[in-house]
Ligand binder design. Structure first.
Ligand code: C2E
Ligand code: CA
Ligand code: CA
Ligand code: CA
Length: 278
């Protein structure tokens, strides 16, 4: 059953000659999906006040048999364009479900597990059903699950995206707005959609130490998040200086290299058990 859900995707051959790199990567990507050459890494999400891990974001990696580790920026755009993101996304969801289960078996609790969803995944009629099946299979507490969507995915106003979000929200799943600040947010939609948290894009976080504009933007984003009653998470936190700035303006959660890079599951499990040093 799990496998059959992975076989639905639309391969868009019309555009497969667009540029050379993609021509090379597409057939490889198809076989990578078939052979499951992927690995889900985890980046801890940390409570700024005490350094405790409160959750993680799952981030896909491609273990290419010859080229080694390939990062998502090199294959997600092709996967989205061709529809391969659909079976790939199912693999991610299935893996996340299995990993949540393994953590619970090990007695390691997390409050949030975030997964990136592409709006193309909502165009597949099996998304909600498949997620429901994974939740049942691994007996997952749905309040842990959080799906990250970008502004363009959330606000493209497609009916099936909105319906999908509502349906998943009814199961108890939370949503989070990714790369907050980089797109066009509609404040009224931000209120209406079941979004529980906003993730400040790392391009702004990177600038808070020496760029006055970025400082003002980050302050405004934090204030906006709080006035809309949303949690706010800073992405790409790399320095103590950035941490101090964010903390002083009321941001309470962060992810970034200051705490940890995304790591393989086993390493994340160890971080949960032993804590992380900064
Ligand atoms: P994103 O969702 O904005 O993820 C955050 C990216 O920032 C990750 O890159 C992460 O490794 C990186 N990052 C985290 N902390 C720091 C830091 O302190 N400094 C710097 N310089 N970078 C940091 P990654 O893992 O390469 O992922 C890139 C993008 O690929 C993600 O951006 C997301 O949009 C997409 N992606 C990753 N996994 C999936 C997936 O399973 N499904 C979908 N649809 N997209 C995914
Ligand atoms: Ca994300
Ligand atoms: Ca992001
Ligand atoms: Ca991003």
């Amino acid at each position: 059953k799990e496998q059959s859900s992975c076989s639905y995707f639309i391969f868009d051959q019309q555009h497969s000659h667009l540029n050379e790199k993609q021509v090379v990567i597409e057939p490889e990507l198809i076989s990578a999906v078939r052979r499951r050459e992927f690995e889900l890494y985890y980046q801890p999400r940390v409570d700024i006040s005490n350094g405790n891990i409160i959750g993680a974001e799952g981030l896909i990696r491609w273990n290419h048999p010859e080229k080694g580790l390939i990062f998502p920026d090199e294959f997600i755009p092709t996967a989205e364009r061709t529809g391969l993101i659909v079976p790939m996304g199912y693999w991610v969801l299935q893996q996340a479900g299995e990993d949540i289960h393994r953590l619970r078996e090990a007695g390691l609790d997390i409050k949030h597990l975030s997964i990136n969803l592409s709006f193309r995944q909502f165009q597949d009629g099996y998304l909600c059903r498949t997620i429901q099946r994974i939740i049942e299979k691994y007996d997952i507490d749905t309040s842990i699950l959080e799906f990250e969507l970008t502004e363009s995915a959330l606000f493209n106003n497609e009916l099936h995206v909105r319906e999908g979000i509502e349906e998943l929200h009814k199961l108890g799943i939370n949503f989070s707005l990714d790369d907050f600040g980089t797109g066009y947010s509609s404040f009224s939609l931000l209120q209406k959609l079941p979004i529980s948290s906003l993730k400040i894009d790392r391009s702004f976080v990177a600038g808070v130490a020496d760029n006055q504009d970025d400082r003002e933007i980050v302050k405004a984003l934090i204030r906006l998040a709080h006035s809309l009653n949303k949690e706010v998470i800073a992405e790409g936190l790399e320095t103590r200086q950035q941490l101090n700035f964010l903390a002083s303006y009321g941001c309470t959660q962060a992810q970034g290299y200051l705490y940890s890079k995304p790591v393989p599951f086993a390493e994340f499990q160890q971080q949960l058990a032993e804590g992380i040093q900064t």
